[in-house]
Design a protein around this ligand. Structure first.
Ligand SMILES: Nc1ncnc2c1ncn2[C@@H]1O[C@H](COP(=O)(O)OP(=O)(O)OP(=O)(O)O)[C@@H](O)[C@H]1O
Ligand SMILES: O=P(O)(O)OC[C@@]1(O)O[C@H](CO)[C@@H](O)[C@@H]1O
Length: 308
């Protein structure tokens, strides 16, 4: 069984503004509301790809009700801990550039945090847990580390998709998959990553420190996969980028859907990139048909080990 865990979900409020003027009154043209937060996005794409899963995490208030309704409509099971305050609304402003304003989210009490650990402790050997997104300031900063320890003890495969301090802390833990983008990977090692060679070099470090599969997404430049002595590179298919929000989450879902169905890493990596790009090419997250049609346009090749 696959579980996702979103500590700080969101209603993503998308608003298009022509010629955004900072400090002025702007009138939006199109708007949309989506259930968001990285783990919830992974849940939605997994479901599209035919993988039933359960969404865990914290949710509350009128925004929480909306997210639950949307998950119900998509036939995604969920088992959230109720928060006292409402789940945040994250604004995604689409103008000449994409600007995001992510809220802090409601306060989480010690008791609520412990309840979530209890749910994680109840997962079974062989299950997958995708822990994705930022850690709210009221949750222990080492939440993911503790979750990884519980998962290791119970032989649950943990996937960590986070950034900044939470990503730093997870390095050194035994996890099934990490998927930093090249900026996050650079930040982790206090460097700037611009080339595939750099991505492989630092990706190997993550692998050596406990991550079984490492995917480094590099936006329009493609992506790199590292595991053991297997180094792969994929191109991204050509297309018009409409929305990159959730494209990284779609990669995680694509990889997991494929590998948990028994595919080899090459195929799972190809599916990850197809799913990431399928999301980038439309307004909401990708649908299965989009992933299937992009798959033949993603080429995966082995990188010559002598280069590294
Ligand atoms: N210009 C592009 N053309 C085609 N595909 C793209 C483009 N930009 C992003 N993608 C797709 O989205 C995937 C993830 O992109 P990126 O490296 O920006 O991840 P991320 O920063 O983790 O995403 P997120 O915005 O969800 O946090 C890429 O590997 C690719 O599949
Ligand atoms: O604030 P976080 O947890 O880092 O990111 C939250 C978020 O930006 O990530 C998703 C896209 O990846 C969105 O659905 C959501 O609004």
């Amino acid at each position: 069984m696959i579980y996702t865990c979103t500590l700080n979900p969101s209603v993503d409020y998308i608003i298009h503004v022509e010629q955004f003027s900072q400090g002025g009154l702007n009138r939006g043209t199109d708007t949309a509301y989506y259930p968001g937060g990285k783990g919830i996005n992974v849940s939605r794409v997994l479901q599209q790809l035919g993988q039933q899963n359960t969404a865990l995490g914290f949710l509350g208030g009128f925004t929480g009700v909306f997210i639950k309704q949307e998950l119900d409509k998509a036939h995604i099971t969920h088992d959230f801990i109720e928060t006292d305050g409402p789940t945040r609304v994250n604004m995604k402003l689409k103008s000449e550039e994409e600007t995001e304003i992510n809220g802090p989210g409601p306060a989480i009490s010690e008791e609520q945090e412990q309840k979530l650990f209890q749910k994680i402790a109840n997962l079974n050997k062989g299950d997958y847990l995708v822990a994705a997104g930022s850690v709210p300031s009221t949750v222990s900063s080492d939440f993911y580390v503790k979750a990884a320890e519980i998962c290791r003890k119970n032989q649950v495969n943990m996937i960590a998709d986070t950034s900044s301090n939470a990503l730093k802390k997870i390095v050194g833990q035994e996890v099934f998959l990490v998927k930093p983008n090249h900026h996050e990977l650079g930040e982790l090692f206090d460097t700037t990553i611009t080339t595939v060679e750099d991505a492989v070099y630092y990706g190997r470090k993550l692998h050596e420190q406990g991550a079984k599969h490492v995917i480094i997404s590099m936006g329009g430049q493609g992506a790199v996969y590292v595991s053991g002595d297997m180094y792969l590179q994929a191109n991204v298919p050509a297309g018009e980028v409409r929305n990159t929000v959730g494209s990284g989450d779609s990669m995680v879902a694509g990889f997991l859907a494929s590998i948990s169905a028994g595919s080899k890493p090459e195929k799972a990596f190809q599916t990850a990139v197809a799913a990431g790009s399928a999301t980038a090419f439309q307004d909401d997250l990708c649908e299965r048909a989009d992933v299937d049609s992009l798959l033949p346009h993603v080429t995966v090749h082995s990188l010559d080990k002598g280069r590294f």
